[in-house]
Design a protein. Structure first.
Length: 425
């Protein structure tokens, strides 16, 4: 099988965790290439619910799972995740890039203070990436080094003044923090040592050997730092292209790019959302889809499927095919519509606005969709192996409408959280 990149085609939470879990079965390696503990993947299997923030969902298939160079890691949280996974009787085969950057408590403190405008997850993601770009942050290789304590203390000198000026620490508190955090993180480093390696080389060797590598993106294309709805975005690249930079995907090697979209749209945190619903319609859709953030528990904002935004995401991320999730949820609500164009001052536009205030004021143009037929779990399972033509007409027509608009096929339909609630066309 070809290498595959899986990315979200909306604002995150599209169901990538479930799809990666399904696809991991036929993969040899699963690689995360961006983000950190801001991601939340929920995977249900054999009656158990697993929530991962760091570990790729391929863990459940006992595959080699990699946290690549583009990922930012809070060692304390990752160790807790490994321990709770091990406690359920699993043995994680995890490799961590020596070059991945480390999230420290002060990153979280900065995020907690300044992240409110964007509605961040508060996990310290933005401050870690920004200090990475400023070349003052530490990497996993630093905290596993023999002189980790000295390296950490030295690096903290670069942020001392800023943290004190921002009233996050007094001078005395900062001195105490340096002592405690340097020994705490050096201890994490000792725990990590066996997992740390040159992960990009693992990917290269596996690819040359004809093994199949699955690259798992976190967040979604519309949260991309460069191409998303800036500034209401995350601080890493979330496009498929990020798998090359942060995960070791090799340019020139054939690769399948699969985007994941819900049958409707959701968003967590602040920022423009042209097709957002409010009132009872929002409550009904949120409850039908259990739309609460896996990382923060926040109620997700919900809305109609925004095909105009989805087509932009498909184009910008180079998505070749789509997996659509939660079609079963859409069957539980009335008045299904999709957005097929944006208007500004009454005139249709032919671009996806880069400017957030402009995107805030676009007027979505909707097409009504016939009600999606509700099926029982058994009826859905009976459709395993069905072609698109064999689906109930309302579902077949919905898929066709979307495919025609975004100009790529929907090749996977997910109708429930379990691994077997998936139709592959
Ligand atoms: P940050 O990634 O914590 O800095 O948050 C920046 C924006 O991205 C906020 O709007 C978050 O709600 C959003 N975000 C970050 N990670 C995820 C995710 O995994 N799913 C959905 N939204 C996310």
């Amino acid at each position: 099988m070809k290498n595959t990149i899986v990315v979200g085609a909306q604002w995150g939470d599209e169901g990538k965790g479930k799809l990666v879990d399904v696809l991991a079965e036929k993969s040899d390696l699963v690689v995360r290439f961006n983000g950190g503990g801001n991601a939340g993947h929920t995977v249900m299997h054999a009656g158990e619910t697993y929530k991962f923030h760091y570990m790729p969902s391929g863990m459940l298939h006992k595959k080699t799972c990699i946290l690549g160079t583009g990922v930012v890691i809070n060692p304390k949280d990752l160790i807790a995740e490994i321990e709770s996974f091990t406690a359920t009787g699993h043995e994680p085969d995890l490799k961590i890039s020596a070059r991945a950057h480390v999230i420290f408590p002060h990153h979280q403190m900065i995020d907690a203070k300044g992240g409110g405008k964007i509605g961040t997850t508060g996990r310290g993601i933005g401050p870690t990436y920004s200090q990475k770009a400023s070349r003052i942050n530490l990497r996993i290789l630093d905290i596993i080094a023999d002189d980790a304590v000295a390296r950490i203390k030295e690096a903290l000198k670069d942020v001392r003044e800023m943290l004190i000026a921002d009233a996050l620490f007094s001078a005395d508190e900062f001195a105490a923090y340096c002592e405690s955090v340097s020994s705490e993180y050096a201890e994490y480093g000792k725990n990590f040592k066996p997992f740390v390696t040159d992960t990009e080389d693992l990917v290269r060797v596996a690819t040359i050997a004809g093994k199949s590598v699955l690259f798992e993106g976190a967040q979604g294309t519309l949260l991309d730092l460069n191409y998303g709805t800036y500034p209401f975005v995350t601080s890493s690249a979330t496009l498929a292209a990020a798998a090359f930079v942060g995960g070791g995907a090799i340019p020139g090697v054939p690769i399948r790019i699969l985007g994941i979209t819900k049958a409707y749209t959701t968003r967590v945190g602040e920022g423009p959302f042209p097709t957002e619903l409010d009132g009872d319609a929002a409550v009904n859709l949120r409850e039908a889809g259990h739309e609460y953030g896996a990382t923060t528990g926040r109620p997700r904002r919900v809305g109609h499927l925004d095909l105009y935004a989805l087509r932009y995401a498909v184009r910008i991320s180079g998505i070749q095919e789509l997996a659509m999730t939660k079609i079963d949820t859409l069957a539980q609500v009335d008045n299904v519509k999709v957005c097929t164009a944006y208007k500004i001052d009454g005139k249709r536009i032919d671009y996806f606005p880069a400017d957030a205030p402009t995107l805030e004021k676009v007027e979505p143009v909707y097409t009504d969709i016939e009600p999606i037929q509700a099926l029982t779990k058994e009826e859905w399972i009976g459709l395993q192996g069905a072609s698109k033509d064999q689906l109930p007409p309302s579902i077949k027509n919905y898929i066709k409408f979307i495919e025609d608009f975004v100009e790529i096929p929907i090749t996977i339909l997910s109708h429930g959280p379990e691994r077997n609630e998936t139709i592959v066309f």
